[in-house]
Design a protein around this ligand. Structure first.
Ligand code: 4NP
Length: 156
């Protein structure tokens, strides 16, 4: 399995999602590949937001080594599943993918936790540390479902 986590900046939510899923993949002894990207070019090459790093670390996960990158249409081919944090991300990934768009690969991350409800992972960018903790928990719960669901398929 190759999984890509996508948000707007690749600095708050998707770096957390990458770190959290990577941690669970390792603990489950799976050999999946996990990456993240942003639909914008705002933070290319930057490390995750200080509060994302802090909240990850409080939960025993190091994401400090990650570097922001922008989504590219070839990611649709390179990954099996692409999880977006909100509807804007979904529409941007669709627009940027052009002819390579594959709706079977792309879904809102929280649809794993709350199927068909199209809930969003809120953007903590303008908020306080509390928002980052809430985002961590939502993403972690969704990633538990991903591990459970796809590890039984015994892919990768
Ligand atoms: P993210 O949050 O999409 O979770 O990384 C944001 C990061 C940066 C900006 C917006 C959202 N920004 O406008 O720079």
């Amino acid at each position: 399995m190759k999984i890509l986590m996508v948000c707007l900046g690749n600095i708050c939510r998707s770096p957390l999602a990458e770190g959290i899923l990577r941690d669970k993949v390792k603990k489950a002894n799976l050999s999946w590949q996990v990456d993240s990207a942003g639909t914008s070019n705002y933070h290319i090459g930057e490390p995750p937001h200080q509060l994302s790093q802090k909240v990850a670390k409080l939960n025993g996960i190091d994401i400090s080594y990650q570097q922001g990158r922008q989504f590219r249409k070839e990611d649709i081919l390179a990954f099996d599943r692409i999880y977006v944090m909100d509807t804007d991300n979904y529409n941007e990934v669709k627009r940027m993918s052009r002819a390579l768009w594959d709706e079977n690969k792309v879904t809102l991350l929280l649809n794993e936790l709350y199927p068909l409800e199209n809930r969003e992972v809120p953007d903590p960018w303008y908020g306080t540390e509390e928002g980052y903790h809430r985002v961590f928990q939502l993403i972690s719960d969704a990633c538990d479902v991903i591990i459970e669901k796809y590890s039984v398929l015994n892919i990768g």
